[in-house]
Design a protein around this ligand. Structure first.
Ligand code: FAD
Length: 409
């Protein structure tokens, strides 16, 4: 039985470890933290199968200054950091051309189409129904202008046959009567579902992996060396040889790729959440607020307000101004929110073309990369795990994965 190490126990690593174990590998999952507790813990809870519209879009370059000047806008930037990383920013902007955006949207749709069914394959064996809600996600437009500006996203969705339903203000009110009268209109993402407890789902899949005979090591990966037919992995206090290695360390993946002599243009879009106390159930479904770029979600222990984008160093301390902004806007949309229970910052792993890397290294087919899932890594965890397992078995996946090749940069 071949031995395989999976580095990173976020949702991508956990699902990869699960599918690899099912396909007969001897699997060791390694993380310096507890499984599922980093970026995969604090997100906006959506299985966003509809989210095929990349952050790159034509005209973004003109909108960025407006977004930055807007009080309580969705984006903030550390300019010194951007200046130091100008090539990444330029590469990101290059991917905003219409034809590139169309290509990216179609490649994202290709993966997203399989996301639901791949999770269901896991959920047949791992019972997580108590943590899943089928109340469809709602997007709220603050003004007529923001509804109008969103038209480009509707066109992309339509082209890729992603269904949405436009809602009048009255229709929104019927669905979610507790939301304050601050919005103009809404849109419903038809057929979408969400979780009320992401960590519980990660842990349930992880526990099944252990039950199937998988091994977990809680340690930092400090080095990797390629040997003739194996990969030598150094942890804090031991060294182990594996036949193959999967690198799915989210926003930290390039640090590990560097150990192997490879380099990818991976950066971080930082995002935040606040957990509010609530005495009663205030909303049924995730509610996105266009003015500030975050979702409000009723989860098992309160209402979580999660989202926004901050371009800054992976290691920089959380920006308290962003937390204040999310609090201010959350209370505007849902005035019944109670006191703050906790706050959190997470790091979305993002490549300049908003597509993940899923594939074998061109230098060594025993090294497989699976990272860079940006805003939709929770949604794409299971399908990524399935692809990783297929290519680890030297088989061809039943979807075309060329667009996610590690060699495309
Ligand atoms: C505010 C916010 C809202 C979001 N909302 C959604 C949403 O609604 N739907 C959706 O689909 N996606 C959402 N996302 C995106 C999603 O959360 C991420 O894309 C996803 O969690 C990434 O998963 P991952 O497994 O790649 O990374 P992670 O969960 O970050 O896991 C990577 C793991 O690698 C480990 N690691 C790193 N380096 C080492 C090392 N040297 N040694 C050992 N271990 C190491 C880390 O400890 C970590 O546990 C959101 C993100 C944010 C920030």
């Amino acid at each position: 039985m071949k031995s395989i190490a999976v580095v990173g126990a976020g949702i991508v690593g956990i699902c990869s470890a699960y599918f690899l174990k099912k396909s007969g590998f001897n699997v060791t999952l390694i993380d310096r933290e507890d499984p599922g507790t980093m970026t995969s813990f604090g997100h906006a809870c959506s299985f966003a199968d509809y989210a095929n519209v990349p952050v790159n879009y034509p005209g973004l370059i003109w909108d960025v200054p407006k977004m930055l000047l807007k009080k309580d806008g969705p984006l903030t930037v550390d300019f010194f950091y951007i200046l130091k990383n100008l090539p990444w920013a330029l590469s990101f902007l290059k991917n905003c051309k219409q034809e590139k955006v169309d290509e990216i949207a179609s490649s994202l749709t290709n993966l997203l189409k399989h996301s639901h069914i791949s999770y269901d394959e896991i959920f047949k064996e791992v019972n997580v129904q108590e943590y899943i809600s089928h109340e469809e996600n709602l997007y709220l437009f603050d003004t007529k202008k923001s509804l109008h500006d969103y038209e480009y996203a509707n066109i992309i969705r339509k082209k890729n046959r992603v269904k949405v339903r436009n809602l009048s203000k009255e229709e929104v009110k019927e669905l979610e009567p507790n939301i304050a009268d601050v919005y103009y209109a809404g849109q419903l993402f038809t057929g979408s579902r969400h979780t009320t407890n992401p960590l519980a789902i990660s842990i349930k899949i992880f526990d099944k992996f252990l039950e199937l005979g998988g091994i977990y090591i809680k340690q930092n990966v400090t080095n990797l060396i390629q040997k003739e037919n194996s990969i030598h992995l150094s942890l804090e206090n031991k060294k182990i040889n594996f036949d193959k290695i999967i690198i799915c360390a989210g926003a930290w993946s390039n640090q590990i790729a560097n150990m192997l002599g490879e380099n990818f243009p991976l950066d971080t879009e930082r995002g935040y959440h606040i957990l509010f106390n609530t005495n009663e159930k205030l909303i049924k479904r995730p509610v996105a607020w266009s003015e500030s770029g975050f979702y409000l979600i009723q989860i098992h222990n309160g209402v979580r307000a999660a989202g926004t984008v901050e371009i800054a160093s992976i290691n920089k301390k959380p920006n308290l101004k962003r937390i204040k902004m999310i609090e201010r806007q959350s209370r505007k949309v849902l005035p019944q929110l109670g006191e703050i229970k906790s706050t959190w910052m997470g790091r979305r792993p993002t490549l300049p073309d908003s597509l993940p890397i899923i594939g074998a290294s061109s230098k060594n087919k025993n090294i497989i990369y699976a990272f860079g899932h940006q805003h939709i890594g929770w949604t794409l965890g299971a399908i990524t795990g399935k692809i990783v397992s297929t290519i680890s078995n030297d088989k061809t996946p039943n979807i075309n994965i060329e667009a996610y090749s590690p060699n495309r940069f």
